[in-house]
Structures are given as C-alpha cells and as structure tokens.
Design a protein around this ligand. Structure first.
Ligand code: FE2
Ligand code: FE2
Length: 275
C-alpha cells in the first residue's frame, strides 16, 4: 500500500501578511510521501518550504516547479542554485526531490515529475493567436527571465520547455511501463480538467495541452496536476486501465478553493480521496 498526500498551488509567497498563512497540518505516520504539484513558492521560497515540510514530516518531499517558482528570477540561474542547495540538503539527510522531467521511486511506486509547461496547441490551428494572448495576459512573460543574458521568457521559450518535458515524461512512462506510475505535472494534461466557466477561452492554451493520447498509450495510474485553482478531476479509461486525474490546489489568499490538506491518493485504493 502506497499513500501520498498531494497539494498544489500553495502560493506561500503570499503568506507574509496573509490573515490565514498556510499551516502544515499533522499527518498520519503511514503517508509515504508528500507530492507538491507546483506554485509552492517563489524563487528560493520554494526550497524553503520543502525544507520546512521535511523538518515537520520526515517523509520524502517530492515537488515539481510551477510557473511561479521562477517569478522575479532567472529560470536558468535558479535551476543551478536549486541544484547546489539540494545537494547540501540531501547531504544533511533531508529527502527532498525536485523533479524536472525525472522519475523517482517511493515505496515501490514510480513518480514521474515535470512542470510540463505548454506549447499553446490546445486548440488546433490557433497556436499563434494563443501565444499572442498569453504574451499579453500571462504575467510569466514579464516576471520570468531566462538564459545567460537574462532576457524575458517568451511563449516560444515556454514551448521549448514543454517539448523537453513532454519528451522526458513520454520516455520515462515507457521505461517504467510495468510499474505502478504516478505522473505529477503543474500544467493540466487535458482540456477535460478545465472548469466549464472557462471552456472555449483561448487563454486555456496557457494552462493545458492535450496529453490524452499519451495517457491512452501509457495508462499511468494517476496524473496529478495544478496551475488552475479551479480545475476538474476526471478519469480516463485506457487499454491499460483507468488513469485518475487528480487536483488539490490551495490557490491565492482571496480565492475560495476546495483545498483539503488531508487529500490522499492511495495506489491500492484509487477511489479513496481522504484520510
Ligand atoms: Fe497557481
Ligand atoms: Fe501556475
């Protein structure tokens, strides 16, 4: 039996000054790992939170970046700084794992993690317009810098990051096809995860891509996502069994979300949701 707590979009960058800062709840002793599907905190605040979570729970803390992790930072430099600090944290005995298109093992389960990003292809033939709208409306393109010259991230850069992550996740799913597999991405893997209030909006291409063909081919047991603070969960039947798309975002301080810090996924009891 392998049981994970999964949270996303904690947005701890808003906790200073917030009337209701996030307090980590007590968890039972038989949780195998904490999974964080991105937008945990900004810049170094991301690892700060992971370290606090390890100190409280002393179980593997497994995370992917959302888009907000790189806000007010240079993506390239932050990745390097994170890698150095992770080495130190792990050397001091903390089991903190940040997955950038990588797989890791927990209690017999393979967890495959990546931000995933987007190539704006959700609506076929509308990529150009979707990139234009993203550039105008998403903060990412003026809050994130990238590369040696620290230029602003562009939608084309994001599409390149998506291509890398998608290739890695696809390869890892194939490599571990005989395992129980949990995929964790920040971005949504299906239009079916988008709340009906936003259906048809071209801005959705900044939040989701259509990874249903990959889910159909591979049939991972679970796919955890974040990014939207108001998404829909769904189950996708594949030739290999059912893939359960799951989502538990806290969101911004002013938002009402259905966040439940005791939300669980249990690979032996996939319908189970709470402690
Ligand atoms: Fe978020
Ligand atoms: Fe996000």
């Amino acid at each position: 039996m392998t049981r994970f707590i999964h949270w996303s979009d904690l947005h701890t960058e808003f906790d200073p000054g917030n009337m209701i800062p996030f307090e980590m709840p007590d968890l039972p002793k038989d949780i195998d790992a904490l999974l964080l599907a991105g937008d945990t905190g900004v810049g170094d605040g991301h690892l700060d939170f992971l370290q606090r979570a390890w100190e409280k729970y002393e179980i593997p803390i497994i995370s992917v970046w959302g888009n907000h992790e790189a806000y007010k930072n240079n993506y390239t430099l932050l990745r390097k700084r994170e890698a150095d600090r992770l080495l130190n944290l792990r050397a001091s005995g903390m089991d903190i794992r940040v997955l950038h298109g990588e797989a890791t093992q927990v209690s017999g389960v393979t967890v495959i993690g990546a931000s995933m990003w987007t190539d704006f292809s959700l609506y076929v033939g509308m990529e150009f317009q979707a990139k234009q709208i993203a550039n105008q409306q998403m903060n990412d393109f003026h809050k994130i810098r990238i590369g040696e010259r620290a230029r602003h991230l562009t939608p084309n850069d994001m599409a390149d990051l998506y291509a890398e992550d998608k290739a890695r996740v696809t390869g890892l799913l194939e490599e571990h096809k005989d395992d129980v597999r949990v995929v964790m991405t920040h971005y949504m893997p299906s239009e079916a995860c988008i709340h009906p209030a936003y259906r048809g909006d071209l801005l959705n291409a900044s939040f989701a891509t259509n990874l249903e063909p990959l889910i159909w081919d591979q049939g991972p047991n679970f796919w955890i996502f974040g990014h939207t603070h108001q998404g829909l969960e769904t189950d996708i039947d594949t030739p290999h069994g059912t893939t359960r798309l799951r989502h538990n975002p806290r969101g911004y301080p002013h938002e009402k979300s259905a966040f439940n810090p005791h939300r669980i996924i249990d690979t032996d009891d996939p319908e189970r949701k709470f402690l």
